[in-house]
Design a protein around this ligand. Structure first.
Ligand code: URP
Ligand code: ZN
Ligand code: ZN
Length: 459
């Protein structure tokens, strides 16, 4: 069926025009002014609204067995929450641990999403060890269309790789043209600092940040950059949280290292005082890298505006109150993660564009286009162009609301962003031409989402 979105302000990187977008068979086929719709076409009036390309979250955890428990969302709940919030594609971290077989893990992660997600999705495949079968397994995963790897320098003995394994992963990635995403914290230092703090009787969530200080993240970021430099691979630092680590990444970029930076919603909006709240309120704000001292937020916003922080993800990772309480006697047992897949677009728009920190085109770039380019989805995703998938967000800038666990669609009993005001929300969201959301309600087809096959592109 055909769809015409009429008279909106179409925002892409490099252009803002008032016009119409016409869609046939899942694809944008015309962009212009005063386009005529054939009989039977669905017509959406976007007068007074913005029209964005479908927004892309490059870092989510929907299925995640981690820290003796399992993240709460399914692809059904997570994708509906994503769409209501304006995200039409997400990239899920496929995270088999060191004891799992990587290929079996990949099939398991795929099976969790297959036929369940209401929006399109892709995977980053985590490399959590490098043994004799790893190269052939990764080749199979890449041939299957998953052309980005993930490594963890943190989480010793679970997801974490050592320097030798990092080298082997990057060296293979270079040969395959695959980008490697990395969680950059020094695992050994984290383990030692955790032991030291616990031995001093420091067990509450407020000690999570001191157990993983900024210098520990800066070291991990620097080591990753050095390994990129010496293998020639392309790398992407996930959830960079602080100015110290940012400076290290930017210094590497300045000397020609192919390094890109993602920061995630919690680090822009929440600071470490949230994790210092007593009891479970603090535990709800435990993630890694931790929430930081407030001054880091200005550094992240400035770098985002300049494009030196490339993308904004969420690191959506929902554990509920009961799960967080697994860490009531020791902060090292608090499941790490904060949910946010539903909130990213509205909070980034409000705190970024509305507060004058980001211009609209950079907002679209950071929330969609740049991730599409880095991860082999462009121009199918990440822009509004003839031939692109018709993933479109008609955005109502006159909407006013407040983030609350009571009204959210993510499967969790709290919101890390409770009470924050939003000044705008999607009024219509389409996935490949089908209207999936109207004004905060999912009205579409469950299970419509497809896994996106991506070619390697970082040779
Ligand atoms: O605290 C976090 N970030 N939880 C999810 C796992 C990860 O490190 O991305
Ligand atoms: Zn991580
Ligand atoms: Zn993550």
């Amino acid at each position: 069926m055909a769809l015409l979105i009429r008279n909106g302000e179409i925002v892409t990187v490099g252009s803002r025009i008032r016009g119409d977008v016409f869609v046939e068979n899942e694809t944008i086929t015309r962009i212009g002014t005063t386009l005529e719709a054939p009989p039977g076409a669905e017509i959406i009036d976007a007068t007074g609204k913005l029209v964005f390309p479908g927004l892309i979250d490059p870092h989510v955890h929907i299925y995640l067995p981690f820290m003796a428990t399992l993240a709460k969302d399914t692809h059904e709940t997570g994708s509906i929450a994503a769409l209501i919030g304006g995200t039409t594609t997400y990239i899920e971290m496929c995270c088999p641990n060191r004891n799992d077989d990587a290929l079996e893990g990949y099939q398991l992660w795929k099976s969790k999403a297959d036929g369940k997600s209401a929006c399109d999705y892709a995977f980053h495949i985590s490399v959590t060890k490098f043994v004799k079968e790893t190269e052939s397994q990764l080749r199979q995963v890449v041939a299957d269309g998953t052309s980005s790897f993930k490594i963890f320098l943190a989480y010793k003995n679970f997801f974490g790789v050592d320097d030798g394994e990092m080298y082997q992963t990057l060296e293979l990635a270079k040969r395959l043209g695959v980008i490697v995403t990395a969680h950059c914290e020094n695992a050994e230092l984290v383990a030692r600092l955790q032991q030291k703090l616990l031995a001093e009787g420091k067990t509450g969530p407020e000690w999570h940040e001191p157990s993983r200080p900024e210098s520990v993240e800066a070291e991990g970021t620097g080591r990753f950059a050095t390994f990129l430099e010496n293998t020639g691979a392309a790398g992407y630092v996930v959830h960079l949280s602080c100015e110290k680590a940012l400076q290290v990444a930017l210094a590497a970029k300045a000397r020609g290292v192919k390094i890109y930076v993602e920061s995630v919603l919690p680090h822009f909006l929440l600071d470490k005082s949230y994790a210092e709240r007593p009891g479970v309120e603090g535990m709800k704000h435990v993630m890694s890298p931790p929430l930081r001292a407030k001054h880091n937020q200005a550094a992240l916003w400035n770098a985002l505006a300049l494009g030196s922080v490339d993308t904004v993800g969420t690191d959506h990772c929902p554990f509920d109150t009961e799960q967080k309480l697994l860490g009531k006697d020791s902060f090292v047992n608090i499941p790490n993660g904060i949910p946010g897949i539903e909130d990213r677009v509205n909070l980034l728009y409000t705190q970024g564009v509305k507060r004058g920190r980001l211009d609209l085109e950079r907002f679209v770039d950071a929330a969609s286009t740049r991730a599409a380019k880095l991860f082999g989805l462009f121009p199918r995703k990440g822009t509004i162009a003839v031939g692109s998938d018709a993933d479109l967000v008609v955005y109502d800038t006159s909407y006013r609301g407040v983030v609350s666990a009571k009204s959210q669609h993510m499967n969790n009993d709290y919101s890390g962003f409770e009470g924050m005001e939003i000044e705008g929300r999607p009024s219509v969201v389409t996935v490949r031409g089908k209207v999936q959301v109207r004004d905060g309600k999912f009205i579409g087809e469950r299970g419509r989402g497809k896994m996106l096959k991506r070619e390697p592109s970082h040779f």
